[in-house]
Design a protein around this ligand. Structure first.
Ligand SMILES: Cc1cc2nc3c(=O)[nH]c(=O)nc-3n(C[C@H](O)[C@H](O)[C@H](O)COP(=O)(O)O)c2cc1C
Ligand code: SF4
Ligand code: SF4
Length: 268
């Protein structure tokens, strides 16, 4: 079983590739499953393993994934091995250590941690933007081979750690991460500019159902993962985060369709 949280589709693409190589299935963490993890019981009884796939946020585990891991009712999860596969634009810092701590807390067995470099999606601070088309294309072209080798390690049940930690990993994951979560993850600066056509796509695709349409304009509530799907998916580039996103680019994983980003129809 592959449990996947993804904002702009990179992690979902990797999870799907992994599922093909491992002959496994992907459960997307979104909508009610993510909003209220205690509500849904997921059974691992007939599973060979559990693979957690998600993006790196500020060199750590996204708070929304932490929240999920602490609360989800995974029946028989202690009876199988767990792996972490993260996607990141550059490096993952000590994300694997945070994930391992969560595993320990739940008394689950971790067997391996991996990272895959994918196109960058973070645009909310000065100096941070998406990759050039050439860099994004190179990262995307290298991903399948990387995932194939990860699948081979998982199939071998090797106990491995193949995470690109990068420089200053301790400072990034132990200090900057906590500052970021506290001070740089508020949804408050989100707003729609005059370019907004009222199409509602941002609201229909938010994995936490955090964007509401009011008088044909989106409004952001408090339940935000800062995944940036609403920003990157807007066809009019009308979603802004304060002034930070002025003249910044947009990116969605080209291997994922708009339809796949939609929330489950029953909930809309
Ligand atoms: C809030 C946020 C923080 C991020 N922090 C990092 C980071 O610390 N290191 C990194 O290499 N990439 C970082 N990224 C980039 C993403 O990890 C990367 O683009 C990932 O593949 C996105 O996955 P997704 O498309 O499944 O959401 C960040 C992206 C976001 C939205
Ligand atoms: S996706 Fe863009 S254009 Fe459509 S409602 Fe949202 S902000 Fe407006
Ligand atoms: S409001 Fe936007 S950034 Fe926040 S969770 Fe929803 S799609 Fe992601």
């Amino acid at each position: 079983m592959i449990l996947c949280f993804s904002g702009t589709g990179n992690s979902l693409y990797i999870a799907k590739l992994l599922a093909d190589y491992l002959n496994d299935n992907v459960i997307e963490l979104k909508d009610e499953l993510l909003i209220d993890p205690r509500q849904a019981t997921i059974s691992c009884k007939n599973e060979v393993r559990v693979v957690w796939v998600f993006p790196v946020y500020s060199w750590g585990v996204p708070p929304v994934v932490k929240h999920y891991m602490k609360r989800v009712n995974l029946r028989n999860a202690g009876g199988v091995g767990h792996y972490m596969v993260v996607t990141c634009g550059d490096d993952a810092g000590l994300t694997h250590r945070q994930w391992r701590k969560l595993m320990k807390r739940r008394h689950w067995t971790d067997l391996g941690a991996f990272s895959v470099i994918m196109p960058n999606t973070y645009t909310l601070m000065k100096g941070f933007d998406i990759d050039t088309p050439e860099v994004a294309a190179r990262k995307l072209s290298e991903a399948p081979a990387k995932v194939k080798s990860i699948a081979a390690d998982i199939n071998d049940q090797s106990i491995v750690n193949k995470v690109k930690t990068g420089n200053w990993a301790w400072i990034k994951s132990r200090i900057i991460y906590h500052w970021f979560v506290r001070h740089a993850m508020s949804p408050e600066p989100f707003h729609a500019t005059d370019a907004c056509t009222g199409c509602g796509l941002c609201a229909k695709t938010c994995p936490l159902e955090n964007v509401m349409m009011w008088k044909r304009r989106p409004e952001w509530r408090d339940r935000c993962a800062l995944c940036l799907r609403c920003y990157h998916i807007c066809p009019s580039h009308a979603v802004a985060y304060g002034k930070a996103t002025a003249r910044k680019g947009q990116y969605l994983c080209p291997e994922i369709t708009t339809k796949e980003f939609l929330s489950t129809p029953a909930k809309r």
